[in-house]
Design a protein around this ligand. Structure first.
Ligand SMILES: Nc1ncnc2c1ncn2[C@@H]1O[C@H](COP(=O)(O)OP(=O)(O)O)[C@@H](O)[C@H]1O
Ligand SMILES: [Mg+2]
Length: 294
């Protein structure tokens, strides 16, 4: 943590959260405002006080824990950086931007918060805070009922969101002057790398469509090569991700590239993203992506 600038207000906020026992902490802010950095700092501070602290990562495009296109749950470990924390559970969103996917983002965040078994839960969110992002934040707040909202700002850019939730405990913090903006191509490369790492030891499994519960779409119109899918067990608990490698409609089978063990797979959820095995994204309109399954 030594390279990180910790403004005095960040420390005071952590102390206040601990003193007030605000167990459910929602962190909001535009992109590159230091949300992840603050979550890491707060998690380490609370862990150092001997508390069990959960982290719910709801920033689907720039994840700290777990693969992109998911909401994930992890537990802070004093000895580990946030990005090294092992994944405890996940919920498939199916896209790397919340735009057009508010429902799985809101539902998934709530599910992960409810699954957390810890004294404190820190929830990180996407940087979408303008336009429809205000709607997303309003419903995330409504669904999670956080005991405190930590708002990280450079100027006063969260004003409209904050005004609409003045009934909540709110801590407004300034971003550190050391915060660095990441250009779009860097964000995309980080995502690609995260997918590549996730699928590094993946294996291909051929499964019978009849034996799967298909969710979030219809096989005949949606199932195509390269489609990113979520896998869940019979209880609906997220197991991981898969990329469709081959669909054989005649035999009624689908081949999936996934690091998930095949025995537990019961549910296949269609996403809205097409990926190559190396983690690079294909344009969703790509005819190549769709027609090659046929
Ligand atoms: N307090 C800080 N001290 C040093 N660097 C920081 C600090 N806050 C953010 N940064 C840097 O700025 C960049 C964006 O911060 P990050 O926490 O990833 O923002 P966000 O999660 O809001 O997108 C990262 O490279 C991060 O290391
Ligand atoms: Mg972040």
């Amino acid at each position: 943590m030594s390279a990180i600038d910790i403004p005095a207000s960040w420390r005071t906020a952590a102390e206040q959260i601990l003193k007030q026992q605000w167990h459910r902490i929602l962190v909001i802010g535009a992109t590159d405002r230091g949300k992840s950095t603050y979550c890491g700092f707060l998690g380490q501070t609370l862990s150092a006080a001997g508390l069990k602290v959960a982290f719910v990562d709801a920033d689907v495009g720039q994840k700290d824990v777990g693969p992109p296109a998911t909401i994930s749950l992890a537990y802070f470990d004093e000895a580990l950086e946030l990005s090294q924390t092992p994944l405890a559970a996940l919920y498939f969103v199916g896209a790397v931007s919340p735009i057009g996917h508010f429902l799985p983002v809101v539902v998934g965040t709530k599910r992960m918060v409810e699954a957390a078994q810890a004294s404190f839960v820190i929830i990180d969110t996407s940087g979408l805070v303008t336009g429809s992002g205000r709607v997303l934040k309003a419903f995330q707040i409504d669904s999670l009922c956080p005991q405190v909202i930590v708002a990280l700002e450079k100027e006063q850019e969260l004003g409209p969101i904050i005004r609409a939730c003045r009934n909540y405990n709110m801590i407004r913090l300034r971003s550190s002057p050391q915060t660095k903006a990441k250009p779009i191509h860097i964000r995309r490369a980080a995502r690609e790398q995260a997918f590549r790492t996730y699928f590094k030891d993946a294996k291909e499994h051929r499964l019978r469509l009849r034996q799967l519960v298909i969710q979030r779409g219809v096989v005949s119109t949606r199932l195509a090569n390269h489609l990113l899918c979520g896998l869940a067990d019979s209880q609906g608990e997220g197991l991981g991700l898969a990329i469709v490698r081959k669909v054989d409609f005649r035999r009624g089978t689908v081949s999936l590239l996934t690091p998930v063990a095949r025995q537990a797979i019961r549910i296949l959820q269609f996403g809205d993203l097409y990926l190559r095995a190396d983690g690079s994204e294909l344009p969703s309109s790509s005819q190549g992506a769709r027609s090659s399954a046929k």
